[in-house]
Design a binder for this molecule. Structure first.
Ligand code: NDP
Length: 297
């Protein structure tokens, strides 16, 4: 059996298409949704992400602002930048690109972002709202995964979902979303991590396996059950002299092997990654709509 590809590009395009009338309605009301991205340092991968976010905003007719700062910036200066973006009426979404330099306290910066503008969905207020099933600014990658499943009519209800990875930005929130008593949820969720014993025994239980490990090709074909849906969140660079860049991107899943046993599988790249930006745009539009609704006259 060869698995059907879950094509993030197609789903991301449909998410962005659905945003167009919402953006048009906001503009009609005199408001252009605006996203500010703060980039500290010059990590090449972060630079690529930030540029791609700004380009997507422009393509959708949204306002975008990128604040670039040296890695040596003091924490207090970054906090001041975020505070001024909180007050900026052109900005409805604020994203501080991670990772931040090691001298910075990432949580302290996140806590400074106005929860109403927290389009990453990382502020503890939004994390809490998500957990009680009332969030409207959901973390982008986990929400993107739900959208992928929805597009391919893969309803997690009643299914065994195994999430490998328990980070605050992917593993924990995707597990929390899938266990909700809600549409596109109601799954029986197991979360595995580096201390889990007998990982293959756990992953083989999964009707839907979500790998968010950050290590290349940890999940082999013998670790999934036949017919499983495999969602690969990982983006890992592995050396490859045959490419111009000297590396290629692979996921946390061994695609060649799992493709033979899975029913559906996401490619890397072109799977989950493209959804993250689409969901960021959706969150920015949602934040702008809420701003319009509640802004004082
Ligand atoms: P983290 O490093 O924060 O978390 C990795 C998790 O995997 C940890 O919980 C860790 O366990 C667990 N883990 C590590 N090794 C093993 C192992 N051998 N067996 C089982 N579990 C293991 O990573 P992130 O969640 O931030 O990211 C995961 C991947 O997803 C990365 O490749 C990242 O680049 C990618 N990513 C992609 C995005 C996209 O848009 N496509 C967005 C965000 C991330 P423990 O907790 O015990 O240390």
């Amino acid at each position: 059996m060869s698995a059907q590809l879950i094509e993030g590009k197609i789903v991301a395009r449909s998410v962005k298409k659905a945003l167009k009338p919402r953006i048009a309605a906001l503009k009609e009301a005199g408001l252009t949704p605006g996203l500010a991205t703060v980039l500290v340092g010059n990590d090449p991968a972060s630079e690529t992400y930030v540029n791609s976010k700004a380009r997507t905003c422009e393509k959708l007719g949204m306002y975008s602002e990128v604040v670039r700062k040296e890695a040596s910036i003091a924490q207090q200066e970054l906090v001041s930048i975020v505070r001024s973006l909180n007050e900026n009426e052109r900005i409805h979404g604020i994203l501080v690109q991670s990772p931040l330099p090691s001298h910075m306290d990432e949580l302290a910066v996140t806590l400074t972002i106005d929860p109403a503008k927290d389009v990453d969905g990382f502020h503890p207020y939004n994390v809490g709202m998500m957990l009680i099933g009332r969030g409207d600014l959901l973390p982008c990658t986990p929400h993107g995964i739900i959208k992928l499943l929805e597009h391919y009519a893969i309803d997690p209800s009643g299914k065994e979902v195994v999430v490998v990875g328990r980070s605050n930005i992917v593993g924990k929130p995707v597990a929390a979303l899938l266990m909700q008593k809600a549409r596109m949820a109601n799954a029986t969720v197991t979360v595995a991590h580096s201390r889990s014993r007998n990982l293959p025994d756990i992953t083989r239980r999964a009707d839907i396996l979500i790998a968010a490990i950050g290590k290349p090709e940890v999940i082999g074909g013998d670790m999934i059950k036949s017919g499983a849906v495999v969602i690969d969140v990982g983006v890992n660079r592995v050396g490859d002299d045959t490419t111009d860049k000297g590396y290629r991107l692979v996921g946390d899943v061994c695609f060649e092997e799992c493709c033979q046993r899975a029913s559906y599988i996401t490619p890397v790249p072109g799977g989950v990654g493209v959804m993250t930006i689409a969901m960021l745009m959706e969150n920015t539009v949602t934040a702008a709509e809420r701003y319009l609704k509640f802004r004082p006259d």
